[in-house]
Design a protein around this ligand. Structure first.
Ligand code: MD3
Ligand code: FE
Length: 216
C-alpha cells in the first residue's frame, strides 16, 4: 500500500461510487467556488430566485431560477421546460461559460464524455427547505446524464430506487461536491432532507444546488 492513500487533504477531489451509473466527486468544484457564486448572483440579477407552485397548488420551499436555453418551471399547468422566464417573459439568462465547463468536465470525470447541458436549474435552500422524493423525467433523452453541484451549507441527499416506495440511502453533500448520475441511475428517485440551520463563510445560511440537464 502506498503513502498516497494516506494523509489525503480533505479538500482534494475523491470519487465515491453510489451505484451503477452514479457517483459523487467530492470537492470537485471547491477551487471555483467564489466564481460560481458570483455567476449565480449575476443570473439572479436577471432572473430572480422565486418559490414556484406545484401543479397541486403547494408553494415549494426551495427557491429557484434557471439559466441556459431552457428553464424548468412548475405552475398550475404542470412541470415543463420553457425558453422564457415566466416572471419577465424574457429568455432565461445565458449559461455562464464557467458553468458549462464545470458540467462537461464533471460528466467526463464521471464517465459521461461529451455532455453539453442546455439547461441549468439553480436551487436555493434556506433553513427548513426540503425537496421531496421525485424523479427527473421532464427531459427528452434519458440517455443523457445529470450533473449536480452543491455549494454552501451541507445537506443530506436521499438516493432512492426506481420506485418511490424503495427505501432511500442518505448521502451527505457538502460545499463543492458534485453528483453525476446517468445510465441505470438516471431515473432513480431522489430528494433532499430538510436543511438544518448552519452558516457558511461564502453563502451564509444558504445552500445552492446547480443541476445541469440536457432538456431537448
Ligand atoms: C438523482 N435537486 O433539482 S440534485 C432537482 O440538491 C434536484 O437541489 C437536488 O433533485 C438538490 O431536481 C438534488 C442531486 C442528485 C444526486 C444524486 C442523484 C440527484 C440524483 C441520484 C439519482 C437521481
Ligand atoms: Fe431532481
Amino acid at each position: 500500500m502506498t503513502m498516497e492513500l494516506f494523509g489525503q487533504s480533505p479538500q482534494e477531489p475523491r470519487v465515491q461510487p453510489l451505484c451503477e451509473g452514479a457517483l459523487v466527486l467530492r470537492h470537485f468544484a471547491v477551487s471555483r467556488d467564489v466564481q460560481l457564486l458570483e455567476a449565480i448572483g449575476q443570473v439572479a440579477e436577471q432572473a430572480p430566485f422565486r418559490q414556484m407552485k406545484t401543479p397541486g397548488g403547494h408553494t415549494m420551499s426551495v427557491a429557484m431560477t434557471c439559466c441556459g436555453d431552457w428553464g424548468w418551471v412548475t405552475d398550475a399547468r404542470g412541470y415543463r421546460y420553457q425558453r422564457d422566464d415566466p416572471l419577465s417573459g424574457e429568455p432565461w439568462p445565458a449559461m455562464p461559460v464557467l458553468f458549462q465547463k464545470l458540467a462537461t468536465e464533471a460528466a467526463k470525470a464521471g464517465g459521461y464524455p461529451g455532455f453539453e447541458p442546455d439547461a441549468c436549474l439553480v436551487n436555493r435552500y434556506q433553513s427548513g427547505a426540503r425537496m421531496g422524493l421525485h424523479q427527473d423525467r421532464d427531459e427528452a433523452d434519458f440517455d443523457q446524464p445529470i450533473v449536480s453541484v452543491s455549494l454552501g451549507t451541507p445537506a443530506t441527499f436521499q438516493f432512492g430506487g426506481m420506485r418511490r416506495s424503495d427505501r432511500p440511502v442518505r448521502v451527505p453533500l457538502e460545499h463543492g461536491d458534485i453528483v453525476v448520475w446517468g445510465g441505470p441511475a438516471r431515473l432513480r428517485y431522489h430528494g433532499v432532507l430538510t436543511l438544518k440551520a448552519a452558516d457558511h463563510p461564502l453563502t451564509g445560511a444558504c445552500r445552492y444546488n446547480l443541476t445541469f440537464r440536457r432538456a431537448r
